[in-house]
Design a protein around this ligand. Structure first.
Ligand code: HEM
Length: 503
């Protein structure tokens, strides 16, 4: 009897589900009773960014997502350039990072990526003070990176061409260049010269795990991940352990830096001790900043600078390797504009030479259009508002912006928007076309625009040229390429490439 009742209830539920689905079959996403749109979201997680882009296309650029009942997961997602400009610039003060953002990114603490108002202004100012200390900041960036490339990357790649033919470029760049380079810019410490409690790779792994866990917080109901955090299970437990591990590393760097600065006086003017963004904070004697605050500043900077660059470089090399005609044009432009000088294996590009390479710049922009390192962003309005698209937002309603989708909208980029085509960045007269940031928001827009944009572009150019002119890469046959599900859009399975010396 009990079986019969259970069977009838299940049958009735099935009929209701089918009926509901049939009635809403033309909806962009089925909004189920109680569960809202969560089932569709969960089903599409493996292809989250493309799913968001489909939603954006079908909804005209803005979509209201309904989460399960009482889950607090309702949000509005947009990729409409006018809405983006509205949120980030015109109504900037109504869309702070806010409490929601801080909750999700609690590991960032009081670092620039996580704060508003005075703390945010202070950190922007300090960054600018640091860059102005260097008479020619661009040359300083080139020289710093060049040292790392010559000492570590080129010997590794040379060795790889002789001993093995396959390298995972993503792992190589992350381990050898972007992490160490970011630490060099933040602390002025060359990691190769110091020993730490654990191997450097363990700290990098911890950082990656934190990024993955933070992404999970975006797709799970808040109550769920908070419960996990409270119970210290699953991803939240991993996050805590990774955070502790990584903090161990940052606090060691802070203490090494303090030590280094103590041993330096104004007479010796030790260049290394004055190097690194954190020195600007550490020189403050009247009200010294706490180690906790320095940790937050450093963490934010590292989060902003490391994987954004790795991701940008990897997508660039993948796109170029799969478009040999574009690779040829990049190398031809280099030869034509820089002459034979740059043929030397260890050539140190000058920043003024790099700015002549407009085709390379277009190829890099095109990479960020299709694969913006930070594919989405979110804000929480303090007051009710109406977007230029006519959508109403309530106070505290989460607003997501899909930067990934903006770069793939036909209305913005034309019918060939999915093609990798650096030529689109030039007018018919061959001039570089200015695209306003709300149509190309890879480096964000308005007062919170990326502070490291120029620095990132210089580093991309140095790395691109050094690698392309010396080596030939081919993606290993059958190697799967798809975006990973973390805050930063790196490659899920890495980037396995066959490498040979260019003759
Ligand atoms: C390839 C590279 C990069 C891309 C695509 C990129 C993109 C972005 C984006 C989208 C934001 C806005 C984040 C938000 O509001 O939540 C941002 C902010 C920021 N970026 Fe970058 N970034 C890159 C490299 C760098 C580098 C190398 C640095 C440091 C040297 C840097 C420093 C910053 C800082 C400090 C902020 C915070 C700005 C603020 O909130 O006022 N970025 N970046």
């Amino acid at each position: 009897m009990a079986m019969l009742i259970v069977g009838m209830v299940l049958f009735a539920l099935l009929v209701l589900v089918i009926h509901h689905w049939w009635r809403h079959r033309n909806a962009i996403v089925t909004n189920w009773p109680i569960l809202g749109m969560l089932p569709t979201l969960l089903y599409n997680i493996p292809r989250m960014h493309d799913f968001a882009t489909e939603l954006m296309r079908r909804s005209g650029g803005t979509f209201e997502f309904k989460g399960p009942l009482f889950s607090g997961m309702d949000f509005i997602i947009t990729c409409d350039p006018l809405n983006l400009q509205h949120i980030t610039t015109t109504k900037f003060s109504n869309y702070p990072k806010g409490k929601e953002f801080r909750e999700v990114f609690d590991v960032v603490g009081d670092g620039i990526l996580n704060v508003d108002s005075d703390l945010w202004r202070l950190q922007r100012k300090m960054f600018q003070i640091w860059t102005r200390r260097h008479l020619n900041f661009d040359s300083f960036v080139v020289t710093t990176l060049h040292r790392k490339v010559v000492n570590d990357l080129i010997p590794f790649l040379n060795h790889a061409t002789e001993t093995t033919t396959e390298v995972d470029l993503q792992v190589t760049l992350q381990r050898m260049i972007t992490f160490d380079n970011a630490i060099l810019f933040i602390f002025g410490l060359d990691l190769a010269s110091y020993s730490f409690k654990s191997p450097k790779l363990e700290y990098q792994k911890a950082f990656n795990e934190m990024e993955e866990a933070l992404f999970q917080r975006h797709i799970l109901p808040k109550s769920y991940w908070k419960l996990q955090r409270w119970l210290q299970v699953g991803t939240e437990r991993k996050l805590r352990i990774a955070r502790e591990k990584f903090d161990e590393f940052i606090f060691q760097c802070i203490s090494l830096k303090r030590e280094q600065m103590r041993h330096t006086n104004s007479e010796t003017n030790n260049e290394e001790a004055n190097f690194g963004m954190l020195t600007v904070y550490m020189e403050e004697k009247e009200k010294p900043y706490s180690d906790k605050f320095l940790r937050d500043v450093a963490f934010s900077f590292l989060a902003a600078a490391r994987d954004t660059l790795t991701a940008g470089l990897c997508w660039f090399f993948w796109l170029v390797a799969t478009h040999p005609d574009i690779e040829i044009k990049i190398l031809e432009e280099m030869k034509e504009k820089l002459g034979g000088n740059c043929n030397n294996l260890n050539y140190n590009f000058k920043s003024e030479e790099l700015s002549k390479l407009v085709y390379l710049q277009a190829a890099i922009y095109e990479t960020f259009r299709l694969y913006p390192s930070l594919p989405f962003n979110h804000r929480t309005p303090t007051k009710a508002d109406v977007f230029p698209s006519g959508h109403h937002v309530k106070p505290k309603q989460m607003v997501m912006t899909s930067v990934y989708s903006t770069g793939r909208m036909e209305e913005v980029w034309g019918k060939d928007c999915l093609e990798f085509k650096p030529e689109r960045w030039f007018s018919e007269q061959g001039e570089f076309v200015y695209v306003p940031p709300h149509k190309f928001p890879a480096f964000h827009i308005g007062p919170r625009t990326c502070l490291g944009k120029d620095m990132a572009l210089i580093q991309m150019k140095v790395m691109a040229l050094t690698i392309l002119k010396n080596y030939h890469f081919q993606v290993v046959e059958g190697h799967p390429v798809s975006p990973n599900l973390t805050i930063i859009i790196n490659l899920k399975y890495g980037l396995k490439m066959r490498i040979s010396k260019r003759s």
